[in-house]
Design a protein around this ligand. Sequence first.
Ligand code: N01
Length: 486
Amino acid sequence: MTEPRVVVIGAGVAGISTAYVLQQQGFTDWVVLEKGSDVGGVWYWNHYPGLTCDVPSQIYQFAFAPKPDWERVWATGPQIQRYHRDVVDELGLADRIRCDTEVLAAEFDDADGTWTLTLSTGETMVADFVVCATGVLENPAIPDIDGLADFAGPVVHTARWDDSLVTDGRKIAVIGTGSTGVQVVSALQPGAAGITHFVRSPQWVLWAPMGLPQVGAVSALFRRAPGLLDRVHRGLLWGSGILADIVTTPSWRRRAVQAYARLSLRAQAPARLREDLTPDYEPLCKRQVVSGSYYRAIRARNASLVTERITGVEPGGVRTADGRLHEADVLVLATGFRAHDYMRPMEVTGREGIKLDDAWADGPRAYRMTAVPGFPNLFTVLGPNSPTGSISLQFSAELSAKYIAQWLTRFRDGELATVEVTEEATDAFNRQVAEAMVPTVWNTGCNSWYFTEGGTIDLWPFDRKTMVRMLSRPEDADFHVRVPAR
Ligand code: N01
């Protein structure tokens, strides 16, 4: 038996799931490296006002760590972050996680089949396997707007919020209308002297009562009956299968949700703003925004909506194409993420010196979310084509980690030294993906962060059963396996 040395990069949803699986399966030589000062991933980095998870808490949690007593049906960011800390502590994973440790580079050694990692602490680390659990929405996208650096007041990206920033009583400009922009505008509007929301492309906003508490009696029942909690979680996972079906297959269900999005706009948006707030693409095409408060916030007297194109930022505010200067003291960038970076800016060098940046010049390309040709013994959890927005992320992360653990077990059993997915299998998978993308709602004529540089849609277009089938057992024919030298 040769115990594999495993480095997991990232301690968010994907990293915690991987850590749990490694612990459960008795692996002993592994560590999780996390560049942030705490676990949680996006929930550590994002702490902007109003941050709420628009997926119900009873499904946005690990199946292996069900929480009976969420305070709200849709938990807030701080509640979810506390949950991640508790899970890590309660499962005894904390000692395995090294925070404030960024992996700057990873290089594969063809001769001995190991990875050498260069860390921000100045150390190097050698591993037999690297698992990149680095997340999708990690690197903030800073817009290239003329004069941004000249703004006189604070400029803050929502994913790097400054908790000491005072917004009450000030004039705030918010750029961006995704899930984040809508949440931050709703939260900042009540205290602001004025809030201007710059909307380049309006989004459909599904109305939901996001502040709804989880009734105490329900929490008490779940605490007393863990079996029931488990059944509810499974039921919700099954229900999320319906959601996956809605976005991937045209049907009456999709039309019903789209009708509800149109109704939300008609019923909630102020008549004077309705035209400006109406998208020119189908509901669900972009990642659906859900909010119970945005339309109320944007019709407030201190709020204004600007659809005119931004031409530049000046010390005193934001200038638009009609020549107007929209004065502001604080500029909030809710401009999203470089969603296809994955483990980058880490510099990854694979077999024969292949650089990940070159391999992914046209956008990320992987096999079943987990493996990349040219990069032996390197796996991804919540990697390319992860089901952001349809199937539970926690479910897919755990499933991927269990799949990867099967390769680690074979290493431990002396059956392999290195394993690398083939180009052919990766191409075949990506052809399947492209074909399955055709009828999806994401392909109905909108622009979103789902699209890669190469124009492909970086999501999971299949159902949950297919995911389970694809990630149940590795198919040896899809991999080059090198056996250990005797
Ligand atoms: O980012 P986005 P996000 N000038 O990319 C605009 C998850 N999430 O942070 O559409 C003007 O959706 C851009 O305009 P356009 C969720 O998966 C989850 O809001 O490109 N505008 C767009 O409006 C979500 O989808 C929760 O025309 C500019 C916005 O910025 C994902 O995170 C909560 C611009 C970016 O929207 C990302 O959401 C929050 C420019 N130069 C987020 N550049 C949950 O509740 C960009 N924009 C779980």
